[in-house]
Design a protein around this ligand. Structure first.
Ligand code: ADX
Length: 611
C-alpha cells in the first residue's frame, strides 16, 4: 500500500453508488480504496488538499458544486461524500444508503454525478429496488451507468448467472433512454475485478471497476451554453455600487457581454466580475462570483441574469417528473413550498398525470396521487413565476425540491419537463427556438383509417413531452370536427384538409415545435410537396393491411362503407397511395407500441432533432 496519491492535474470524476442495503457498496468502496493503495484518514482534509489552487488558496467550487446546491436547498442529506484518487483521476463518491425509503438520497447523490455505480447482488438478481434506482439514474440523466454485479463468489463465479442478470437489465433498460450502460461481474469481498482481475472469472474480458473509472469519458456533461445566474444577494460595497452575488448555474459570461435581468427583462451590460478579491475577465459554471452591471437597474434576490439573447422560460405553471419521498401522499390541491435556484414560492398541485409502474415502466394514468417512493408526472401552479429551463437541457436550472410547509421536511424532487400554457412573448422564430432549445420538425403519420396512426402519434407525443421536448398534435378526426368541419372526403376536400394541416404544422415547426400529425393523407404527391416545403419532415407510414383495419374497425366505418352507407371510403372505394420511401415504416401488424415509438425517435435522433 502506498501513501495517499494526490495529483491536482488529474481529472475529477463524480460518482454515485446505488443499490440495496446488502448489495455490498461499502465493501466495494473499501476494496477500491484499499487495492488501489488509498488510505484516507479524513476525507474532508483530502478534499481540501485536492482543491488547493496554485497560490495555496482553496478552490471550494471543486467540491461545493453539487454539494452546496443541496445544502442551500436544505435537503437533509444522508449521503456520505468520500474522496479518493488514483494515478489517473480523482473521484468524489456520493455513497447513498440503499433502503427503499432513501430514494431521496439517491436523487440527491445522483443529481450531479457523472457515473453511477449500480450494485446488484448476483444471488438476488435485478430486483425492484435496483429497477427504481436505474430508472431514477436515467431520469436524472447521469451520463454513464456501470452495473456492478457483485457477490459473484456466492454463485460460483458462474457466467450464466452474470448473463442472466445482464439480460434482465438490458431488456428493462431498452425501454429507457440510456446513453451508456456497462456491466462488470465482481466480488467485493474477494476482490475480483475491482482493481485486480484475479483468476476466478476467465470468461470475462471487460474492464475492471478501476480501469473503467479511469477511462470513462466524462468531460462535457455540464451545460456551458446557457448562461444562468440566479441572484443570491445584492451587495453594496459602497454608496454607488451594487454587486450581485451568486453561483453561475450554467454557461459562461464575460465582461462586456449584454445581459437581461429576469423577470423584468431589462437589458444591460456586465461591467465587472469578481471572484473573492480577484477580478475576472469571465466566469463559468459552477463558480460563485459577484457580477457588476453598467447601468443602475433594479435587481433583487431571486432575479436571474441571463444573456440578452438566451433567456430561460418564465412560467407560473409547470409540469415535472417528481420523485416523492414522503409517507404522506402528494395529491391535487395540496400545497408545498417549491425551492428552485434562489427562489422559494408556494405552489399547488394541479394534477397528477400519471405514475410510473417501476416493474414495467408503464404509465398508470388512473392514479391521482403519489405515494412514498413513487415517481410520476405532476402539474403545479406557482404563486411566483419560476425562471427555468427544462431539466433535459439544463439540469441545474431545471430541477427543484418540494418542502412541506408545516414540517419543513423535503418531501420531493422535481425535474421540469415543460411549462404549461404559453407565456412567451412575441419573439422571432429564431429567438423562440433558442428559448425552446430545440429544432422543430413535422412527423407526418399516414396510413389507412384504423391503421393506428393516432395511437402511434399520441405515444410519440407523450414520449417527447416526457423527454422535455415541446411537441404538439394535429389529428384528422380532431381537425375535421373543428376547423375543417365543412370538408368532406372528395379529392379536393381531402387535399384542402391536408393542406390546412400541413400549413399549420409547418408554422409550428418553424417556431421549434415538433409537430406530430396523423392524417390518412392518401395522395403521395401532396405528402412529397409537404416534405419539400418543410425543413425537417419525417414521414411515418403506419402500414396496416386493409383486411386488418377492416377487421378491427374501431369506429364501425368499414362496415358502413361496405354497406354503401359511406361513399369514397379510403381503401374501399377511394384510393390510398402508399409512401414509397417513408422515413419510418411501421409494421401495423405487429402490436408493439413501444417499438414503434422507438422507430420514430430513432429517425428524429438521426436527423439531430432530438438528442
Ligand atoms: S384525409 O383523407 O383528409 O387525410 P383524415 O385523416 O383527415 O382524412 O380523416 C380521416 C378520418 O375521417 C377517418 O379516420 C375516419 O374516422 C373519418 N372518415 C369519415 N369518412 C371517411 C371516408 N370516406 N374516408 C376516410 N375516412 C373517413
Amino acid at each position: 500500500m502506498s501513501e495517499f496519491v494526490y495529483n491536482p492535474d488529474t481529472e475529477l470524476v463524480r460518482l454515485v453508488t446505488a443499490g440495496s442495503v446488502d448489495d455490498g457498496k461499502s465493501t466495494l468502496i473499501g476494496r477500491l480504496f484499499y487495492d488501489s493503495g488509498q488510505i484516507y484518514e479524513d476525507h474532508l482534509n483530502a478534499m481540501e488538499e485536492a482543491s488547493k489552487l496554485d497560490d495555496g488558496s482553496i478552490d471550494f467550487s471543486l467540491f461545493t458544486d453539487g454539494l452546496s446546491a443541496e445544502r442551500e436547498q436544505g435537503i437533509t442529506i444522508d449521503v456520505a461524500y468520500r474522496y479518493f484518487s488514483s494515478k489517473k483521476r480523482r473521484f468524489i463518491i456520493a455513497d447513498v444508503p440503499g433502503h427503499t425509503e432513501y430514494t431521496r438520497n439517491m436523487v440527491t447523490g445522483a443529481s450531479q454525478a457523472q457515473v453511477a455505480l449500480l450494485l446488484v447482488d448476483a444471488r438476488k438478481g435485478f430486483i425492484e429496488q435496483s429497477k427504481r434506482h436505474l430508472f431514477l439514474t436515467t431520469l436524472l440523466r447521469v451520463p454513464h451507468i456501470m452495473v456492478v454485479i457483485n457477490k459473484m463468489d456466492m454463485v460460483d463465479y458462474a457466467e450464466s448467472e452474470y448473463d442472466k442478470i445482464k439480460n434482465d437489465i438490458m431488456s428493462f433498460s431498452s425501454k429507457m433512454q440510456i446513453q451508456d450502460i456497462q456491466f462488470i461481474p465482481v466480488s467485493s469481498l474477494k476482490g475480483d475485478m475491482i482493481v485486480e482481475r484475479l483468476e476466478n472469472m476467465p470468461w470475462y474480458n471487460g474492464w475492471t471497476v478501476l480501469d473503467y473509472l479511469e477511462q470513462v469519458e466524462v468531460s462535457a456533461n455540464r451545460n456551458l451554453i446557457d448562461f444562468r445566474f440566479p441572484v443570491q444577494y445584492v451587495i453594496r460595497p459602497d454608496q454607488d455600487t451594487r454587486g450581485y452575488a451568486g453561483t453561475v448555474h450554467s454557461g459562461t459570461i464575460r465582461v462586456g457581454d449584454r445581459v437581461k435581468i429576469l423577470p423584468s427583462k431589462t437589458t444591460t451590460t456586465v461591467s465587472k466580475i469578481m471572484l473573492g478579491e480577484r477580478e475576472l475577465d469571465y466566469a463559468f459554471a459552477p463558480q460563485s462570483v459577484m457580477i457588476f452591471l453598467s447601468d443602475e437597474v433594479d435587481v433583487s434576490r431571486g432575479n436571474m441574469i441571463a444573456r440578452a439573447k438566451n433567456i430561460p422560460d418564465v412560467s407560473k405553471k409547470l409540469e415535472a417528473m417528481v420523485s416523492w419521498f414522503s409517507p404522506e401522499s402528494l395529491a391535487p390541491g395540496k400545497r408545498y413550498i417549491l425551492k428552485h435556484t434562489t427562489v422559494e414560492t408556494p405552489c399547488t398541485v394541479e394534477r397528477v398525470e400519471y405514475t410510473i409502474d417501476i416493474e414495467t415502466l408503464h404509465r398508470n394514468k388512473d392514479n391521482d396521487s403519489l405515494e412514498l417512493n413513487d415517481i410520476g408526472r405532476v402539474q403545479f401552479s406557482l404563486v411566483e413565476p419560476a425562471l427555468f429551463d427544462a431539466y433535459q437541457k439544463n439540469p441545474r436550472v431545471g430541477s427543484f425540491i418540494l418542502v412541506d410547509p408545516d414540517s419543513f421536511q423535503t418531501v420531493g424532487a422535481g425535474m421540469i419537463s415543460r411549462k404549461i400554457g404559453s407565456t412567451n412573448d412575441k419573439k422571432n422564430p429564431a429567438a423562440l427556438r433558442r428559448t425552446i432549445g430545440q429544432k422543430g420538425a413535422i412527423v407526418w403519420c399516414t396510413g389507412l383509417s384504423g391503421a393506428g396512426k393516432t395511437t402511434v402519434a399520441d405515444a410519440v407525443h407523450e414520449k417527447l413531452s416526457d423527454m422535455g421536448y415541446t411537441s404538439e398534435r394535429l389529428d384528422g378526426d380532431i381537425l375535421r370536427s373543428s376547423i375543417t368541419a365543412d370538408l368532406g372526403f372528395g379529392t379536393e376536400d381531402r387535399k384542402r384538409n391536408v393542406a390546412i394541416a400541413g400549413y399549420t404544422a409547418g408554422m409550428m415547426a418553424k417556431y421549434g415545435v415538433i409537430v406530430i400529425a396523423s392524417f390518412i393523407s392518401p395522395y403521395s404527391d401532396q405528402r412529397d410537396a409537404l416534405r419539400k416545403k418543410s425543413g425537417s419532415f419525417v414521414e411515418v407510414f403506419v402500414d396496416t393491411p386493409l383486411e386488418l383495419c377492416e377487421k378491427r374497425d374501431a369506429k364501425g366505418l368499414y362496415k358502413k362503407a361496405r354497406a354503401g352507407e359511406i361513399k369514397n371510403f379510403t381503401g374501399i372505394d377511394d384510393p390510398y397511395e402508399a409512401p414509397e420511401n417513408p422515413e419510418v415504416h411501421i409494421d401495423g401488424k405487429v402490436e408493439d407500441l413501444d417499438a414503434h415509438v422507438q422507430q420514430v425517435l430513432d429517425a428524429l435522433r438521426e436527423r439531430n432533432i432530438i438528442e
